[in-house]
Each structure stands twice: as structure tokens, then as C-alpha cells.
Design a protein around this ligand. Sequence first.
Ligand code: GTP
Ligand code: SPV
Ligand code: MN
Length: 591
Amino acid sequence: MTTPLEHWVEEQARLTQPTRIYWCDGSEGEDRRMIEMGMKEENIGEYSIFRELNQEAWPKSYLHRSHPTDVARTEHLTFVCQKDRETAGPNNNWMSPKDAKALMTKLSKGCMRGKTMYVLPYMMGHPDSPYAKACVQLTDVSYVAVSMRIMTRMGKKIVDKIGSSENFVKGFHSVGDFDPNKRYIMHFPDEGLVWSVGSGYGGNALLGKKCFSLRIASCLGLKQGWLAEHMVIIGIEDIKGHVIYVTAAMPSACGKTNLAMMESALPEYKVYTIGDDIAWMNIGPDGRLYAINPESGFFGVAPGTSLKTNPNMIRTLKASNFYPTIFTNVALDQDTNEPWWEGLEGPPKNLLDWQGKPWDSTSGTKAAHPNSRFTVSLYNCPTLSRQFDNPQGVPISAILLGGRRSRLIPLVTEAFDWPHGVFMGARTGSETTAAAAGKVGVLRRDPFAMLPFCGYNMGDYFRHWINVGRLLTRPPKIYSVNWFRVDENGKFIWPGFGDNIRVIKWIVDRVSGRAEARETPLGYVPEVKDLSLQGLNIPRGRLEKLFEVRPGEWQEELKDIKSFLDQFGRHIPYEISENYASLTDRLGQNR
Ligand code: GTP
Ligand code: SPV
Ligand code: MN
């Protein structure tokens, strides 16, 4: 008898007409087989889909060059097909499920002719976790198949687990002909379906990641009482071996991966990695908030990654493991066959840029694309927490909410209480980065770093956060953080990276009731004397700038927050409006 899974695969094959169907089983050596299949039959422009890199320096690593127009998420082509526009909210592009299906069916007809259809059965979360979800993605590119194998727990076991059930999340993916005019990333939350055509780029094509684990999962979380978030999960261990777990939301390319595997500048503290991009948080049997990372790999930003900024990532990339490592759109050192990007030592003499053209160092262009990335297994990571595979997840004591703000926002601020923390998340803004197509460095509101990823009306999302807080016996404390404040010369004031542990230590001490704080209109901040600053050579006056709150400067910001929140009308919960009003009052009184 055909199972619902087999039936669905047959149906999609009838629509797309692949030459071959390949079911991934997760066996040893399968990645190499898929890489070779890809190299035989797939080209992007004039380049083979994979190129083997220097295996001594970078074990099991390959270079992939994308289509030049396919280098980042395309938010304007991403739709959430809820039953009506209001359920999707002003934060999403909307199309009716019926229209979207008709459009996607048209674009998918015969799109896999001459190609292999890879069937990828995978699990988001550890298969034994009560919070994990079974999924199946179809794709017509080996790059996506191999990447998904690194990013998720994949294999035949998942097919057995699904068995004759209809309860699995479906992902359909085809690169089509890479035409940006025929590129759509469509989400059908009511059906648990993602349908993506025209792009091979990470967030558009690795459908377990943003599409399922955030856009679809956020809708499941709303119904089922949990949170799907764009967050890091880390454990911080002190010298006595006591570990506290925190999560941190930061927009794309704003420091999550670096935070997740930080080499601590304080010898008494060590950071352990559980996740660097996505956290699913459920209320545990004891009423505390427990987080799991549904992924099993990193899809990290290459530029800026070095032994100085993120030594643990360099170790991860150089580690030899079961899984391969893929570099996408980095530059290539022709003499050594090694990958290169801005931030590493160099540049080397004979470099090909990310498009494979000889690179001229005087041209003013970047050799690696600013959003060039690597796909690498979490199991390579030397700081991986022993709790990573714990099916129950880890109990969370603090939640950090970050953004990239050159002005205004202090290094760290503690919320007065949970609803105030939710308001802090709701008002968060960040300067845009190369992770999404569009202008870089423009301030936009990005609540909880979820603006591009919340699969429903964000006003309802804020209310959901308020409600989850009410159900918790020990709600985590909430903090706003900002590593990116600059001085009058545009230089970062805070050294960041491993030194961020100094901020985290204060947070750990606050959670444990050991540290002092000063009240400001925004919330509690540390006195400079309350931060552990040994070994850091920054004049006190300069550090104090990191905590400056000038009510006069806040008036524009308040207006911008208000007009953002007003879009959601009656969906904005009372607690958010109330916190907006009291912040306005406090900043007014201090003028
Ligand atoms: P996504 O994978 O897009 O979700 O990004 P992410 O949030 O994981 O960002 P990531 O850690 O990859 O950092 C992005 C960029 O910010 C890199 O170029 C880093 O070097 C830089 N960065 C990260 N942490 C810091 C910091 O503490 N200070 C400064 N100045 N830059 C940082
Ligand atoms: C991000 O843009 O936040 C990423 C990369 O983590 S992507 O997979 O494209 O979403
Ligand atoms: Mn991300």
C-alpha cells in the first residue's frame, strides 16, 4: 500500500517530471555520492555546482558559486498564504492560498525535466524529543540536498518514523531557471507546506531553516502554546561548574553565530554552544521555559570570521568529521586552492572573486560576497554543549534581544518585568545587513529579530509572548543588548566578540541576584564599576558613553516606534501600549 508520503512524492514527480528520483537514506558516504552526482549533471552558469577545495587545510570542504543574482534572502518574494490578509498581518506579503497554489503549480510544471529529484526525509530537533517535528523536502539541486544533510538530522529512520502518518511538514523546492522574476517562496501554514521556486540561496531553499522552523513553526507555536524564535542558545559555565542557559535574538548578520561560540575573554567563564540561529521554546513540566535547537548545522556568515574574532568557528571549519563543509560565494586562492574572505589574513596574491573572476585588490570591490557563507556540522564544534542532543532541551534563565544600532541603544538594559521585556522586543530596531537583498545600513524595526520570519500578524505575536510569560513559574529575565554603538568617528566603542562575556557575566550575576544596577528610563543598566573589565583598556568616559540615555535624542525614535506599532491596530496588546506610554512619560520627564 502506498503511504501518504510516497503518494505525495509521486504526485510531485508527475507535476515536475524529473528524470530520476533519489531517496536520501543518511548512510555514510552518501554526501560524497550526491556531490559527485551534482558535479556530473549540474552547472550554475559556467561553473560546476561543487569544486573540491584543499583537503589538507580544509577537510571534506567544497566551494559552491551561486547564480550572481541569487545571493541573499529575498523578502519581497516571500509570501505567507494565510486564509486572509489580516491573519498574515502587515509584516508579511500575502497571497490567497488558492492564487498562490495556481501560480506555483504553473511555475513547477515540468521544472525538473532532465534533473534528479532528491527526496530528503529529516527531523527538526532530536528524533527522541517531544518537541521535534518530522519533515520531507524535495529539491532538484545536490547543493541543497547536501546542505540539508548537514543542517538537519536526515535519513531513512525518519521515513520509518513517519510511516503511514500524514503528519509531516512538506517542502517543495526547485531552482527553476534562477530567474528572479519567477522566484517565489510561499508558505501555507494551515497545511504545513512550503513551496519555493527560483532560488538556491540558504534561507530561500533550505526549507527546514527559516521557512519551516520559523514561519510555519511560529504558527504552530501560536496554536500549541510555544515559541519558535530567531535565537541563539548558549550555556555559560562559571569556575565552579555551575551552568546557566540563555537565548539571544539578533537580526540576520548581527552576531548570533559569534555569540553562540564565543571564546570568553574572562578566564573564569566558558561558553557552550547549543544553537546559533533558531530556538524552539516550550513550557516544561516544571513550568520553566525549555529551549531546543531544531537544527544540527551552522549556515554562517564568512566575512569577519577569523582566529581573532571567532577562533572556535575556524576550528569547526577545519575539523574533520562525518559531514562535508560547503563554502558558498567566498573567494578562492588559486595557488593553494583554499577559500578566502575579508577578515582572514591576506589577501593572497592570486585570488578569484566570488564569481570566479580574477580579483584586483585595487578595484575597491570585495573578493568574497558580503553574504558569503559556510555550511558546517554542529558536531564539528569544539564548544558544543553536552546538552545539545538532550531531547528535553535546556532551562532558560535570561533572554537577550539585540540589534545593530550605531546610536541610542545602550550596551545592555534589563527589563523591569516580562511585559516590559516584551515591549523591548517589540520596539527593537536594527540597521539592515547583506543577509537580505536591499539597501544595507538602513534602520528598520525588527521586533525580536523576527520581522522577516513571523508567519502571522506580529501584533498577535506580541500577545502570544505576553501570554506565555503568564504561564511560566520562573519567567526568564529579559535584556536588550547592542554591541554596535559607535563614537563620533564612526568607530565601534565596544570591542565585542569574546569581550561580550563581560556583559553576559553581569546578566548571569543579575539572574543569580549578585549584581547591582542603576535605573534609567529604559530599564536597569550596570554601573561601569559593576562590569568585570580586567584586561580591557578603554577609558571610563568612553565606556560611559555606551550607557548614555539622552531623552532629547529619543523623540524621533519614539515616533518611529509608534508608527510601526500603529500598523497593527487592534492586534497590539494592552501591555505594549501601556509600556509605550510609560516609556514616553519617563523620557519626557527627563528631558
Ligand atoms: P545570520 O546567520 O544571518 O542569522 O547572522 P548572525 O546573527 O549569526 O551573525 P554573525 O555572528 O555571523 O555576525 C555577522 C557579522 O557581524 C560578522 O561580520 C561579524 O564579524 C560581526 N559581529 C559579530 N559579533 C560582533 C560584535 O560583537 N561586534 C562587532 N563589531 N561585530 C560583530
Ligand atoms: C539569516 O539570514 O538570518 C540566516 C541565513 O541565518 S538564511 O538561512 O538565509 O536565513
Ligand atoms: Mn539567521
